[in-house]
Design a protein around this ligand. Structure first.
Ligand code: SF4
Ligand code: SF4
Length: 288
């Protein structure tokens, strides 16, 4: 089962939830940190890395001898990574996603491909948890190829927990894609509600069952509760605003290790995820 842990904005406690769930289930779980621009789950899980692999994508290179400057490559590039001038073709490698469309469709066979390093995938263990993280190279703007590489390690026979980049743009979509269930972590504030609505739209557009976790309850308002009820999205866990929880996090101590009484709540959360995933899946099939 693949469970992604996402949030419409940063700083909601997404990594705290993802690591606590992984540590509570522990035995044989895979943890994938797909927040590749800023992977930080390793601070809490402290894995020992044993394997490193670089990630590169194919970037086009134009043979000006063959090129007729027809403009086809620029037309098919969905990312504006090519501009064709009268006597020259300009490539913008930092915008290229390595999709290969330009070289495939060039009528003169004038485009070859060269590798460009985008980042790194590191693999190791944190106790009984298999830990994999992606790291985008500084200065690179295209995260999905690194995220895809991290996700290649998912073993469908095991439970995989994915820590997703905050927001609802390409990196978040790429990380959530293919999940059996998505946990949406938010705060009970108008900002939290606004970003939750965007995150719900994202997972619903991908037909992925979801549930909400409200972090730092006791502040803000009831907007998130009312919205979730109205939309029929289960609230699977509420975590109060608590100085001790914040202190543990700032010290790099996972919640369920510093406060073991939370372990049971995360085991119950997993049981609720399984049930909610099944129910929502049945509803989706009936709606089709
Ligand atoms: S499609 Fe090929 S021939 Fe046409 S402009 Fe691009 S590189 Fe040149
Ligand atoms: S490989 Fe894809 S993204 Fe890159 S320049 Fe060619 S068409 Fe654009």
């Amino acid at each position: 089962m693949i469970i992604s842990v996402a949030s419409g904005k940063g700083g909601t406690g997404k990594t705290l939830i993802a690591t606590s769930l992984a540590l509570s289930l522990a035995n044989g779980v895979q943890f994938l940190d797909c927040d590749v621009e800023e992977p930080d789950a390793h601070i809490l899980l402290k894995p020992a890395f044993s394997q490193r692999e670089s990630v590169s994508i194919p970037i086009p290179r134009v043979d000006e001898e063959k090129c007729t400057h027809c403009g086809r490559c620029a037309e098919v590039c969905a990312y504006n990574a090519i501009a064709v001038l009268k006597t020259q073709v300009l490539i913008f490698p930092e915008l290229c996603h390595g999709c290969g469309a330009c070289s495939y469709l060039c009528p003169e066979d004038a485009i070859s491909e060269v590798g460009r390093e985008m980042g790194l995938v590191e693999k190791g263990c944190s106790g009984e948890i298999e830990f994999i993280q992606g790291k985008l190279t500084i200065g690179q703007a295209v995260a999905p190829p690194v995220i895809r590489k991290v996700k290649e390690y998912i073993d469908p026979q095991r439970i995989a927990i994915i820590d997703v980049a905050p927001g609802t743009s390409c990196p978040a979509v790429e990380a959530v894609k293919g999940s059996d269930f998505c946990l949406l972590v938010t705060e009970p504030t108008p900002f939290g509600l606004n970003d939750l609505i965007l995150a719900v739209e994202m997972v619903r557009s991908m037909n992925i069952p979801c549930g909400v976790i409200i972090n730092r309850t006791g502040v803000g308002d009831s907007g998130v509760e009312e919205y979730s009820l109205k939309e029929g999205i289960p609230i699977l866990l509420r975590i109060p605003l608590d100085v001790q929880i914040a202190r543990l996090y700032s010290q790099g101590i996972p919640l369920v290790e510093g406060m073991p009484q939370w372990r049971e709540a995360f085991l119950e959360l997993f049981a609720d995820i399984e049930q909610a995933a099944l129910l929502q899946h049945i509803e989706m099939v009936l709606d089709e």
